[in-house]
Write a protein of this length. Structure first.
Length: 279
């Protein structure tokens, strides 16, 4: 059986003091290395779990920010389409007015039909990441705002084709904005076509207003989410971050204490060795 080394009382006291100092040194070194005073639940269970909850919520909200950002881009894509369609409709209206003073409206009629065709193609190209708010009412997108997804805004599309836009006015006017439309004998359909274009422009303006309002809501929620994420992270930091100035001072004090402890242990050992001189 191995024999234990017997230390004097003074040596034992100095050894315990050195061991305690070493524990404090290790803790201080860890705090300086990580910048945190709470690195695990063992350091401070209450602060550790509270900070973890804050950081988890901040992480969840950060993911929502990505969804909001994509929704904003989808709205911008739709708005780009709306602006392009409005430009094409203005062009179509110019052709109608030009046809009023033309003896042969066939040229303007062909150009008009091409413009209406281009509107259809522009509608098809106005999507973003598989969502096209000009593709009809079946197109929708839920924008989630909070970490649980219970707070959200549902964005709904509409049919951006010229013929569909005009039907928001009178039912009869819908047929006046198609690629098959003719200006009629002696321009007999020009007034109806011009009226349909006005209706379509008005509809686009109304839909653009809705998109703009939704965009404002999403931007406001995005700003709020950014601030909330920063608040949560700041709260977590206050619960866990170490004061590096204080820890630096602690390190110097502990190193000095360690050196004094080693010196005291040496002196205690010398006191024990002095007994040998009696023999």
């Amino acid at each position: 059986m191995a024999q234990e080394v017997t230390l004097t009382a003074s040596m034992r006291a100095n050894l315990i003091s050195l061991q305690n100092t070493e524990v404090l040194l290790s803790r201080t070194q860890e705090r300086l290395a990580t910048g945190k005073k709470v690195n695990s639940a063992l350091d401070n269970p209450l602060n550790y779990f509270a900070a973890s909850a804050h950081m988890q919520r901040a992480s969840d909200l950060t993911e929502r920010k990505d969804g909001m950002g994509e929704a904003i881009q989808t709205i911008k894509a739709a708005n780009n389409g709306i602006e392009g369609i409005k430009t094409l409709l203005s062009n179509a209206k110019g052709l109608v007015e030009a046809a009023r003073s033309s003896s042969d409206t066939s040229v303007q009629e062909a150009q008009f039909q091409e413009v209406i065709s281009q509107i259809k193609e522009m509608v098809q190209d106005s999507g973003y990441k598989g969502i096209n708010f000009l593709g009809g009412t079946a197109e929708s997108l839920d924008v989630l705002f909070n970490e649980t997804g219970t707070n959200k805004l549902t964005l709904t599309g509409f049919d951006g084709n010229a013929s569909a836009l005009a039907t928001y006015g009178t039912a009869a006017s819908g047929s006046y904005l198609t690629t098959a439309q003719t200006f009629g004998a002696a321009g007999s359909n020009l007034d109806s076509i011009a009226g349909a274009i006005t209706t379509a422009m008005s509809t686009l303006q109304s839909k653009a207003s809705v998109l703009s309002s939704n965009l404002a809501v999403i931007n406001a929620r995005l700003d709020f989410t950014n601030q909330m994420v920063n608040t949560l992270k700041e709260g977590a930091d206050k619960l866990t971050l170490a004061d590096t100035n204080e820890e630096g001072a602690n390190m110097l004090a502990l190193q000095t204490r360690q050196q004094l402890g080693v010196t005291s242990l040496s002196l205690a050992s010398q006191a024990a060795q002095s007994v040998l001189r009696l023999f």
